[in-house]
Design a protein around this ligand. Structure first.
Ligand code: GLV
Ligand code: MG
Length: 338
């Protein structure tokens, strides 16, 4: 029986790595649709033209008695359409559910050649990824697939966060990790009121300093997800995979959605989930660097010549490290324009 390593062993140093090719494509928005909903499934081609990643969701938000219909619907959508450069992903049911085995067997067997990434929810540790990795290797070998399916973990249990580094490095199939703030909040017994948002009670209040200065003092709401996103980004960078913000459930609050996505972008995330068409353009805007930032980055890179030394540009000191910072922005802009 072939192991996942067989897919990767022949690579010479410096040769393009098949595992890294798909992540190199943009994945600013992972757009969720419910394949058990015939109306939504019929719109899949139209949606695919507008997004970087289209994801057929089989897990939460699909009712228990619609799980088989969702699985069959995704097989139909994948077979009937060619989405071109838009990636097709799925989110299977969790590894402790009665549906996941049939999800993996059916999807790999029937549409393994059409799927790019399998998102696995509620990953607790490397053992979960090892299990999926071995099962995929068996199913791929049986189906005669030559391109390995990649795996994306959702970070949505306290144990998953504690083990995030080992999860990120658990298999060469690992493509990325998303924050799952709703399940994570529940797992940690956090007190939150909306999916992926903040809470007005979680704030920084300035110390009472007495006298007239205390009047009208300002409070700032804090980002509940800062610690986890930062930790996830570090784990992903350590293992060369991609970090994502997950869902923002308050569809009408486009301002908070944009702010939450932007915080994740600024901390290093490459994309987020879109749960409604209105969030597609928000994610595209946020996860593409702003033209002014790109222009500034190119100006610094040009002024720094071979990238060493120090220069003053518009009164701001630039050196070897600032060139590296600027390359992050310029290279992302180039990759998205390609
Ligand atoms: C996503 O699955 C979440 O739980 O936030
Ligand atoms: Mg969840």
């Amino acid at each position: 029986m072939r192991s996942p390593k067989d897919f990767f062993a022949p690579l010479a140093i410096g040769a393009p790595d098949p595992v890294r090719q798909i992540p190199a494509l943009p994945s600013r928005m992972i757009h969720f649709f419910d394949p058990s909903n015939e109306k939504m499934a019929a719109k899949a081609p139209e949606l695919a033209a507008k997004v970087d990643v289209l994801l057929g969701n089989l897990e939460d938000a699909v009712k228990a008695d619609r799980k088989e219909a969702a699985r069959a619907g995704l097989v139909r959508v994948a077979r009937d359409n060619d989405f071109g450069t838009t990636q097709l992903w799925t989110r299977v049911n969790s590894l402790d559910s009665p549906w996941v085995l049939d999800d993996l067997v059916t999807l790999v067997t029937e549409i393994g050649d059409k799927l790019d990434v399998i998102m696995v929810p509620k990953v607790e540790g490397a053992h979960d990824i090892h299990y999926v990795d071995r099962l995929l290797a068996q199913l791929e070998a049986r189906a005669g697939l030559t391109k390995p399916l990649l795996v994306h973990a959702i970070l949505e249990t306290a144990s998953g966060v504690a083990n995030v580094e080992e999860i990120a490095g658990a298999s060469p199939r690992m493509q990325g990790i998303s924050l799952g703030p709703a399940d994570l909040a529940a797992s940690r017994r956090m007190k939150t009121t909306r999916v992926g948002g903040g809470h007005p009670g979680y704030l920084v209040r300035t110390d009472p300093i007495g006298g007239e200065l205390t009047e009208g003092r300002t409070t700032y709401q804090q980002d509940l997800w800062h610690y986890t996103v930062a930790r996830m980004v570090d784990a992903c960078v350590l293992h060369g995979i991609l970090p994502y913000y997950g869902p923002f459930g308050d569809i009408r609050d486009v301002v908070a959605c944009e702010d939450q996505f932007r915080n994740a972008f600024l901390l290093g995330c490459v994309g987020a989930w879109s749960l409604h068409p209105v969030q597609i353009d928000i994610a595209r805007k946020v996860f593409s660097p702003a033209p002014g930032d790109v222009a500034w980055a190119r100006k610094v890179i040009a002024a720094m010549g071979d990238g060493t030394g120090a220069v003053l540009i518009d009164g701001k000191m630039q050196d070897d490290a600032s060139v590296k910072q600027c390359r992050v922005v310029a290279e992302l802009a180039d990759a998205l324009a390609a």
